[in-house]
Design a protein around this ligand. Structure first.
Ligand code: 5GP
Length: 196
């Protein structure tokens, strides 16, 4: 797949690092930026909306879409299926400057193979494992088992940071957002200079 008129920015991190907050702040800061809405077979959480946060679909529909080759990539994460729709990327890349993809390392790996130009991957790290553990225990305060299982998945996910183009530590939220924003702005300038 060739992307000419915009940047594809992949953002990955283990759960609990603050990726959703960071992506939302970036979407507000970057003019003409859009989030690619993925399909998932997991149930919506409180405050999540169909077609806004995800396309919440059944497993049957997911595998039907997969068979019909509607996905650019798919992955199984925490026992649920996720996939990036080709139409979602095509539609968004037409009228935006930046399309953000909030996907895991498996998705990042396949998209980087499929989109060679104007596609950059960012990985977010926690300041330390101890801080990540504290954040996960706070997030899942009513379910310690779930928090510890997320921590164990996070340890596995952390092994893939080296595959990414850029790596940032989310120590201070605003500082981290500003640093990523600066990098994306620089990538946009470089892209525009290339197209002259
Ligand atoms: P959550 O269920 O917490 O929203 O997301 C779980 C993980 O799945 C996160 O790491 C998120 O980035 C990842 N994810 C969300 N959508 C996709 C997708 O379309 N493809 C892949 N590979 N991962 C995704």
């Amino acid at each position: 797949m060739v992307i000419n008129n915009c940047l594809i920015i992949i953002v990955s991190s283990p759960s609990g690092v603050g990726k959703t907050t960071i992506t939302n702040k970036l979407l507000k800061k970057i003019k003409k930026s859009y989030l690619s809405v993925s399909c998932t077979t997991r149930n919506p959480r409180k405050n999540e909306r169909h077609k806004v946060d995800y396309f919440f679909i059944s497993k049957e529909k997911f595998f039907q879409f997969k068979k019909q080759k509607k996905f650019l990539e798919t992955a199984k994460v925490h026992n649920n299926y996720y996939g990036t729709l080709k139409t979602e990327l095509k539609k968004n890349s037409k009228h935006s400057k930046v399309v953000l993809l909030d996907i895991d390392w498996q998705g990042a790996r396949s998209i980087k193979k499929k989109i060679k130009n104007n596609c950059y991957s960012f990985f977010l790290l926690p300041p330390s494992i101890a801080i990540l553990k504290r954040r996960l225990l706070r997030r899942h305060h009513d379910n310690k088992k779930l928090a510890l299982s997320r921590l164990s998945s996070a340890r596995k996910d952390l092994r893939f940071w080296e595959e990414y183009d850029y790596v940032y530590v989310n120590d201070k939220l605003i500082k981290c957002v500003n640093e990523i924003y600066k990098k994306i702005s620089q990538l946009l300038i470089e892209k525009n200079q290339r197209s002259y």
